[in-house]
Design a protein around this ligand. Structure first.
Ligand code: SF4
Length: 230
């Protein structure tokens, strides 16, 4: 994978070429700006923004979304593979539905309602995330929506993935201080299972120059969040 920085009109951009598939990911430019500088090199552009993959429709299986999520189930908006912008390396991604935070400028408002997703058992989610016919993978990312809206199911999923030796990147719109202040044991177990936590609200005014994995500069990338100290 080639990861090159290129300055265009005083903007920070990130260009990532996936040598396995030939896919090019560009962060930091609008579609119009990208076409203005590279229209002769590129096919028709498509966004692969924070939690917004190409060709990944919502999950269409499982129970109706009126059921109550238990510890062994999760509302899942979609699962996709080959992401190179949501944690280190190439990742399979489980995008959960439901988010009460409602950041202004959120790029995935379609995930905000819990019932935008489909209620799946943890084993169904594991099968979707890991059974990918040899899809190369450096780890699994869980994002939303807001994953901690379903702390019991989230923790059960992370537990199963970790038992299968997966590197885990976890996104949350809550800060680590807010998460640590919560009383549910499952929240604390989820933090102990994650290898990387990318946390905090999306702030549209701080989105310029956020880099590869974050939506805005205020968000923090925290390795081993269980041992984090302020
Ligand atoms: S926390 Fe994430 S999904 Fe929720 S509103 Fe903010 S950016 Fe959107």
């Amino acid at each position: 994978m080639l990861n090159a920085q290129k300055s265009i009109q005083a903007k920070e951009t990130t260009w990532i070429i996936d040598h396995a598939t030939g896919a090019l990911t560009v962060e930091g430019l609008t579609e119009r700006e990208l076409l203005s500088v590279a229209s002769d090199l590129l096919p028709e552009a498509a966004h692969v923004n924070c939690a917004r993959p190409i060709n990944a429709p919502p999950v269409q299986m499982g129970s109706p979304a009126t059921a109550v999520a238990e510890e062994d189930s999760l509302y899942v908006f979609r699962v996709y593979h080959g992401s190179v912008v949501e944690g280190p390396g190439r990742r399979s991604v489980a995008q959960l539905s439901g988010c009460p935070i409602l950041c202004r400028g959120c790029s995935v408002p379609q995930t905000h309602r819990l019932d935008a997703g489909t209620l799946l058992s943890i084993s169904e989610v594991i099968n979707l995330v890991l059974d990918t016919a040899g899809e190369p993978r450096d780890g699994v990312t869980v994002l939303g929506g807001e994953p901690f809206m379903q702390p019991d199911g989230l923790t059960a999923l992370l537990r199963e993935l970790k038992s299968r030796n997966q590197h885990l990147t976890l996104y949350s719109g809550y800060t680590i201080e807010e998460l640590r202040a919560r009383t549910e044991a499952s929240v604390h177990e989820a933090l102990s299972l994650a290898d990387i936590l990318i946390e905090g609200r999306f702030v549209v005014a701080q989105s310029q120059g956020a880099g590869e994995w974050r939506g805005s500069i205020n968000q923090r990338i925290i390795n081993n969040p269980a041992t984090w100290r302020a």
